[in-house]
Structures are given as structure tokens and as C-alpha cells.
Design a protein around this ligand. Structure first.
Ligand code: AMP
Ligand code: ZN
Length: 117
């Protein structure tokens, strides 16, 4: 499991990989998923390393709220508000978490079925 020094999304969030940000704020950045599951598929991640949702602490409350606000901002910029969109967080193996840096998936642009997988 990656720590901050060896973490793909830390590298992306720092700008080191030159990834284009769809939106950003003080504590979070948003960029396109490399393997999109919908016409719009954007990831929102904190700039600081947090491995998973379960690792959030009370000191992270402002950042956590910012992640949600940025997810909605992404949906607005992607033109998803009229049709609707979904925000997903996978935490742990059964949910299919593969990158161990907290991220919100923002999905839209098509009818999304089976909301609970
Ligand atoms: P999860 O399965 O919830 O951990 O989601 C991880 C997501 O990260 C997957 O949807 C991947 O397609 C995506 N991903 C992996 N590597 C990259 C990358 N370099 N740039 C953008 N998205 C990525
Ligand atoms: Zn990280």
C-alpha cells in the first residue's frame, strides 16, 4: 500500500506529472480518470495523502467538505447537472479500491444503472 512518498495520486496532485486539472481548490484537485467508465469520469482527490475514507480524521473536516464541493463543481463544469451524475468512493478490497489515495469518482453523461453495484 503506497505511502505519500510513493503514491501515484500524490504525484498527480503535486503537478509533478503535468496532469491537466479540470478544477482545483486549496485542498483538492480534479482530473480525468485514465480509464473512463462514463462519458464524464473525473477523480477528485485531496492534495494531502489520505489512503482511504476510513482514514479521515476530525482535522480533515474542511478538506472533506471541499472534496464534495469540488465534485459538484466538476459536475457543473462537465455539464452534468441537467441529466444528473453520481459520486462514488471505494474503500477497501470488496469495493474495488485500487489506488490507495482517497478519491471521489464523478460519473455522468449516460444513464447510470445499478447504483449499489
Ligand atoms: P478505485 O478503483 O476506486 O481505486 O479507482 C482508481 C481509479 O484510478 C480507476 O478508475 C483508474 O482508472 C484510475 N487511475 C489509475 N491510474 C490513473 C492515472 N494515472 N490517471 C488517472 N486515473 C487513473
Ligand atoms: Zn497519496
Amino acid at each position: 500500500m503506497a505511502d505519500a512518498a510513493n503514491c501515484l495520486f500524490c504525484a498527480i496532485a503535486s503537478g509533478a506529472l503535468g496532469t491537466e486539472f479540470i478544477a482545483e481548490s486549496d485542498r483538492a484537485v480534479a482530473f480525468r480518470d485514465i480509464q473512463p467508465q462514463a462519458p464524464s469520469h473525473v477523480l477528485v482527490v485531496p492534495r494531502q495523502h489520505v489512503a482511504a475514507l476510513r482514514d479521515l480524521e476530525p482535522d480533515d473536516d474542511v478538506m472533506a467538505a471541499e472534496l464534495l464541493r469540488l465534485a459538484a463543481e466538476v459536475a457543473r463544469r462537465e455539464g452534468l447537472l441537467a441529466g444528473g451524475y453520481r459520486v462514488v468512493i471505494n474503500d477497501g478490497d470488496d469495493a474495488g479500491q485500487t489506488v490507495h489515495h482517497l478519491h471521489l469518482h464523478v460519473l455522468g453523461g449516460r444513464k447510470l444503472n445499478e447504483p449499489l453495484g
